[in-house]
Design a protein around this ligand. Sequence first.
Ligand code: PEP
Length: 249
Amino acid sequence: MARRKIVAGNWKMNMTPSQAVELCATLKDLVVSDEVDVVYCVPAIDIIPVVEAVKGTNVAVGAENMYFEAKGAYTGEISAEMLVDAGVKYVIIGHSERRDYFKECDCLLNKKVKKALEAGLVPILCCGESLEQREMGVTMDWIRLQIKSDLVGVTADQVKGMVIAYEPIWAIGTGKTATTEQAEEVCKGIRECIAEMYDTDTAEAVRIQYGGSVSASNAAELFAQPNIDGGLVGGASLKADFGKIVNYK
Ligand code: PEP
Protein backbone atom coordinates (compact mmCIF):
# COMPACT_ATOMS: atom_id res chain seq x y z
CA MET A 1 0.00 0.00 0.00
CA ALA A 2 1.32 3.45 -0.91
CA ARG A 3 2.43 5.56 2.00
CA ARG A 4 0.56 8.82 2.51
CA LYS A 5 2.77 11.90 2.32
CA ILE A 6 3.17 14.05 5.41
CA VAL A 7 4.33 17.66 5.40
CA ALA A 8 5.03 19.15 8.81
CA GLY A 9 6.03 22.70 9.64
CA ASN A 10 8.52 23.23 12.45
CA TRP A 11 7.87 26.76 13.67
CA LYS A 12 10.82 26.62 16.11
CA MET A 13 10.90 29.59 18.53
CA ASN A 14 8.80 31.82 16.29
CA MET A 15 5.26 33.20 16.53
CA THR A 16 3.67 34.69 19.61
CA PRO A 17 0.22 33.26 20.35
CA SER A 18 -1.53 36.07 18.48
CA GLN A 19 0.86 35.82 15.51
CA ALA A 20 0.28 32.05 15.52
CA VAL A 21 -3.46 32.48 15.17
CA GLU A 22 -2.91 34.99 12.35
CA LEU A 23 -0.60 32.56 10.52
CA CYS A 24 -3.22 29.80 10.80
CA ALA A 25 -5.76 32.13 9.19
CA THR A 26 -3.32 33.05 6.39
CA LEU A 27 -2.54 29.40 5.64
CA LYS A 28 -6.03 27.95 6.12
CA ASP A 29 -7.11 27.76 2.46
CA LEU A 30 -3.59 27.27 1.11
CA VAL A 31 -2.86 24.02 2.95
CA VAL A 32 -6.06 22.19 2.05
CA SER A 33 -5.16 18.77 0.62
CA ASP A 34 -6.82 15.37 0.28
CA GLU A 35 -3.54 13.63 -0.38
CA VAL A 36 -1.14 14.95 2.22
CA ASP A 37 -1.21 14.95 6.03
CA VAL A 38 -0.48 18.49 7.21
CA VAL A 39 0.99 19.24 10.64
CA TYR A 40 2.00 22.46 12.39
CA CYS A 41 4.59 21.79 15.09
CA VAL A 42 4.42 24.88 17.24
CA PRO A 43 6.00 26.36 20.38
CA ALA A 44 4.39 25.10 23.61
CA ILE A 45 2.69 28.41 24.36
CA ASP A 46 1.01 28.40 20.94
CA ILE A 47 -0.44 24.89 21.22
CA ILE A 48 -3.80 25.78 22.76
CA PRO A 49 -4.61 28.74 20.46
CA VAL A 50 -3.40 26.82 17.38
CA VAL A 51 -5.48 23.73 18.25
CA GLU A 52 -8.46 26.07 18.45
CA ALA A 53 -7.55 27.91 15.23
CA VAL A 54 -7.26 24.73 13.12
CA LYS A 55 -10.43 23.06 14.44
CA GLY A 56 -12.52 21.74 11.55
CA THR A 57 -9.60 21.90 9.08
CA ASN A 58 -7.24 19.25 7.71
CA VAL A 59 -4.37 20.47 9.89
CA ALA A 60 -3.11 18.51 12.91
CA VAL A 61 -1.01 20.07 15.65
CA GLY A 62 2.38 18.87 16.82
CA ALA A 63 4.68 19.88 19.66
CA GLU A 64 8.38 20.59 19.18
CA ASN A 65 9.49 18.73 22.29
CA MET A 66 8.24 16.92 25.40
CA TYR A 67 9.61 15.27 28.54
CA PHE A 68 9.43 11.55 29.20
CA GLU A 69 8.20 11.64 32.80
CA ALA A 70 4.44 11.72 33.41
CA LYS A 71 4.45 14.55 35.98
CA GLY A 72 6.28 15.97 38.96
CA ALA A 73 9.21 18.16 39.84
CA TYR A 74 10.58 18.91 36.35
CA THR A 75 10.36 22.69 36.22
CA GLY A 76 9.78 24.02 32.74
CA GLU A 77 9.00 20.67 31.14
CA ILE A 78 5.80 19.46 29.44
CA SER A 79 4.56 15.86 29.56
CA ALA A 80 3.11 13.72 26.80
CA GLU A 81 -0.19 13.54 28.72
CA MET A 82 -0.41 17.34 28.80
CA LEU A 83 0.12 17.46 25.03
CA VAL A 84 -2.54 14.82 24.36
CA ASP A 85 -5.03 16.58 26.63
CA ALA A 86 -4.40 19.84 24.76
CA GLY A 87 -5.24 18.22 21.40
CA VAL A 88 -1.72 17.53 20.11
CA LYS A 89 -1.22 14.54 17.76
CA TYR A 90 2.49 14.66 16.82
CA VAL A 91 5.71 15.53 18.60
CA ILE A 92 9.13 16.26 17.16
CA ILE A 93 11.79 14.31 19.03
CA GLY A 94 15.53 14.72 18.64
CA HIS A 95 15.67 17.75 16.36
CA SER A 96 19.34 18.58 15.79
CA GLU A 97 18.86 21.92 17.56
CA ARG A 98 17.77 20.06 20.69
CA ARG A 99 20.55 17.50 20.33
CA ASP A 100 23.12 20.27 19.88
CA TYR A 101 22.03 23.30 21.99
CA PHE A 102 20.28 21.32 24.75
CA LYS A 103 22.61 18.33 24.73
CA GLU A 104 19.84 15.75 24.28
CA CYS A 105 21.48 12.35 23.89
CA ASP A 106 20.08 9.22 22.24
CA CYS A 107 19.45 7.61 25.63
CA LEU A 108 17.11 10.48 26.59
CA LEU A 109 15.53 10.54 23.13
CA ASN A 110 14.78 6.83 23.36
CA LYS A 111 12.84 7.48 26.58
CA LYS A 112 10.96 10.32 24.90
CA VAL A 113 10.05 8.20 21.86
CA LYS A 114 8.72 5.39 24.06
CA LYS A 115 6.74 7.79 26.26
CA ALA A 116 5.25 9.60 23.26
CA LEU A 117 4.09 6.29 21.75
CA GLU A 118 2.69 5.07 25.05
CA ALA A 119 0.66 8.29 25.34
CA GLY A 120 -0.71 7.95 21.80
CA LEU A 121 1.37 10.67 20.14
CA VAL A 122 3.09 10.17 16.79
CA PRO A 123 6.80 10.87 17.20
CA ILE A 124 8.56 12.67 14.37
CA LEU A 125 12.02 11.32 15.16
CA CYS A 126 14.82 13.42 13.66
CA CYS A 127 18.24 12.21 12.65
CA GLY A 128 21.01 13.67 10.54
CA GLU A 129 24.72 14.10 10.07
CA SER A 130 26.99 17.14 10.38
CA LEU A 131 28.99 18.41 7.41
CA GLU A 132 32.17 16.97 8.95
CA GLN A 133 30.57 13.52 9.23
CA ARG A 134 29.41 13.68 5.61
CA GLU A 135 32.88 14.68 4.47
CA MET A 136 34.44 11.86 6.52
CA GLY A 137 32.11 9.38 4.79
CA VAL A 138 30.35 8.21 7.97
CA THR A 139 26.85 9.62 7.26
CA MET A 140 25.00 6.31 7.15
CA ASP A 141 26.93 4.81 10.08
CA TRP A 142 25.99 7.82 12.21
CA ILE A 143 22.35 7.78 11.19
CA ARG A 144 22.03 4.05 11.75
CA LEU A 145 23.46 4.52 15.24
CA GLN A 146 20.92 7.28 15.98
CA ILE A 147 17.98 5.23 14.69
CA LYS A 148 19.06 2.03 16.46
CA SER A 149 19.63 3.83 19.77
CA ASP A 150 16.46 5.92 19.62
CA LEU A 151 14.29 2.88 18.85
CA VAL A 152 15.54 0.50 21.54
CA GLY A 153 12.48 -1.28 22.99
CA VAL A 154 10.08 0.14 20.37
CA THR A 155 7.93 -2.53 18.72
CA ALA A 156 7.41 -3.06 14.99
CA ASP A 157 3.76 -2.02 15.28
CA GLN A 158 4.78 1.21 16.98
CA VAL A 159 7.43 1.96 14.34
CA LYS A 160 4.85 1.46 11.57
CA GLY A 161 2.92 4.46 12.89
CA MET A 162 5.95 6.69 13.37
CA VAL A 163 7.55 9.36 11.23
CA ILE A 164 11.32 9.60 10.84
CA ALA A 165 12.77 12.86 9.56
CA TYR A 166 16.16 12.81 7.87
CA GLU A 167 17.63 16.25 8.35
CA PRO A 168 21.27 16.81 7.41
CA ILE A 169 22.42 19.41 9.94
CA TRP A 170 24.33 21.35 7.27
CA ALA A 171 21.10 21.84 5.30
CA ILE A 172 18.94 23.18 8.15
CA GLY A 173 18.22 26.89 7.90
CA THR A 174 21.17 27.37 5.55
CA GLY A 175 19.41 27.49 2.20
CA LYS A 176 21.68 24.55 1.22
CA THR A 177 19.36 21.67 0.37
CA ALA A 178 20.78 18.18 0.06
CA THR A 179 20.66 17.11 -3.56
CA THR A 180 17.70 14.93 -4.41
CA GLU A 181 20.11 11.99 -4.78
CA GLN A 182 21.70 12.59 -1.36
CA ALA A 183 18.30 12.89 0.33
CA GLU A 184 16.91 9.77 -1.36
CA GLU A 185 20.06 7.77 -0.66
CA VAL A 186 19.87 8.39 3.10
CA CYS A 187 16.08 7.96 3.34
CA LYS A 188 16.49 4.63 1.52
CA GLY A 189 19.30 3.72 3.94
CA ILE A 190 17.01 4.50 6.90
CA ARG A 191 14.33 2.22 5.44
CA GLU A 192 16.90 -0.54 4.99
CA CYS A 193 18.00 -0.08 8.60
CA ILE A 194 14.37 -0.44 9.76
CA ALA A 195 14.00 -3.59 7.62
CA GLU A 196 17.09 -5.08 9.28
CA MET A 197 15.91 -4.13 12.77
CA TYR A 198 12.29 -5.24 12.24
CA ASP A 199 11.01 -6.57 8.91
CA THR A 200 10.07 -5.46 5.40
CA ASP A 201 6.45 -4.67 6.33
CA THR A 202 7.58 -2.27 9.03
CA ALA A 203 10.14 -0.65 6.73
CA GLU A 204 7.50 -0.21 4.02
CA ALA A 205 5.00 1.32 6.46
CA VAL A 206 7.14 3.87 8.32
CA ARG A 207 7.04 7.35 6.82
CA ILE A 208 10.38 9.04 6.22
CA GLN A 209 10.56 12.78 5.64
CA TYR A 210 13.39 14.89 4.32
CA GLY A 211 14.10 18.20 6.08
CA GLY A 212 16.64 20.91 5.35
CA SER A 213 15.81 24.05 3.40
CA VAL A 214 12.74 22.51 1.76
CA SER A 215 11.07 25.21 -0.34
CA ALA A 216 8.27 25.69 -2.84
CA SER A 217 10.82 25.22 -5.61
CA ASN A 218 12.46 21.96 -4.50
CA ALA A 219 9.57 20.12 -2.77
CA ALA A 220 8.15 18.45 -5.90
CA GLU A 221 11.45 16.83 -6.88
CA LEU A 222 12.29 15.73 -3.34
CA PHE A 223 8.85 14.32 -2.56
CA ALA A 224 8.76 12.41 -5.85
CA GLN A 225 11.57 10.13 -4.64
CA PRO A 226 10.48 6.59 -3.77
CA ASN A 227 11.71 6.74 -0.17
CA ILE A 228 10.81 10.35 0.68
CA ASP A 229 7.33 10.59 2.15
CA GLY A 230 7.14 14.34 2.61
CA GLY A 231 9.07 16.98 4.48
CA LEU A 232 9.83 18.62 7.80
CA VAL A 233 9.91 22.29 6.96
CA GLY A 234 11.39 25.09 9.08
CA GLY A 235 11.69 28.58 7.59
CA ALA A 236 9.22 28.07 4.75
CA SER A 237 6.50 26.88 7.15
CA LEU A 238 6.07 30.43 8.45
CA LYS A 239 4.82 31.87 5.18
CA ALA A 240 2.30 31.33 2.43
CA ASP A 241 4.89 29.20 0.59
CA PHE A 242 4.03 26.38 2.98
CA GLY A 243 0.78 25.96 1.03
CA LYS A 244 2.82 25.44 -2.17
CA ILE A 245 4.94 22.81 -0.40
CA VAL A 246 1.84 20.93 0.78
CA ASN A 247 0.39 21.15 -2.74
CA TYR A 248 3.74 20.37 -4.34
CA LYS A 249 2.43 18.47 -7.38
C1 PEP B 1 13.92 22.25 10.50
O1 PEP B 1 13.89 23.10 11.36
O2 PEP B 1 13.61 21.10 10.80
C2 PEP B 1 14.31 22.64 9.14
C3 PEP B 1 14.44 21.70 8.26
O3 PEP B 1 14.51 23.96 8.90
P1 PEP B 1 14.66 24.66 7.46
O4 PEP B 1 13.55 24.16 6.60
O5 PEP B 1 14.55 26.14 7.74
O6 PEP B 1 16.00 24.29 6.92
